[in-house]
Write a protein that binds this ligand. Structure first.
Ligand code: IMP
Ligand code: MG
Length: 182
């Protein structure tokens, strides 16, 4: 394991500056779309933690912020096709205007499972906000209502996204050198 994470980076795909600008735009859009509404931002752990921290501060509304955990990848970079949802939510979803905040939409399996799970709790409305989308990888049809960037079909890390729980604290989004996976 290298001590300097940046040595493991192949290419920077989205810079710190471009992410900051785009996240602000998304926050502004949500602020205007939800005028007079107090949305419930529901962050999908763990990958959302940086994105949610930033976008929530660009949303100039009285929001409630909660988290749930969805995992499908384990320590591999290929989806297992199974989603485990862990949440202590019950009453507070009903009648709320929920915005799911997710790091990346890939096969769509995770967000589909989450959407179905939340829908059963009968929210007043439900939208999906994802920082990244890899549309070519989709296995089930689902789209984000608010999207940061379309991402090339490459495994990416940084800004909350991990490989085996590492690289989440890189301030940009990057691909990794192939030798990291072997
Ligand atoms: P999906 O269920 O295949 O759409 O996968 C969504 C989840 O897979 C995301 O929340 C991420 O945790 C993880 N994931 C998918 N692609 C990547 C990637 O390129 N880097 C890091 N995590 C990823
Ligand atoms: Mg994840």
């Amino acid at each position: 394991m290298s001590v300097n994470m940046e040595n493991d980076v192949k290419d920077i795909i989205f810079s710190e500056e471009s992410i900051r600008k785009r996240v602000r735009e998304l926050g502004d859009k949500i602020t205007s779309d939800y005028t007079g509404i107090s949305p419930l931002l529901l962050g999908v752990l763990k990958g959302c933690f940086v994105f949610l921290a930033d976008i929530s501060r660009s949303i100039k509304l009285d929001c409630e912020i909660r988290f749930l955990t969805a995992s499908s990848y384990g320590f591999s970079s290929v989806t297992s096709g199974k989603v485990k949802i862990e949440s202590d939510l019950d009453y507070e979803i009903k009648g709320r205007d929920v915005i799911i905040i997710e790091d990346i939409l890939d096969s769509g399996v995770t967000l589909t499972a989450l959407r179905d799970f939340i829908t059963e709790c009968r929210p007043a409305s439900l939208k999906i906000c994802a920082l990244l989308d890899k549309p070519t990888r989709r296995q089930v049809p689902i789209e984000a209502d608010y999207l940061g960037f379309q991402c090339p079909d490459e495994f990416v890390v940084g800004y909350g996204l991990d490989y085996a729980e590492r690289y989440r604290n890189l301030p940009f989004i990057a691909s990794l050198k192939p030798e990291i996976y072997s």
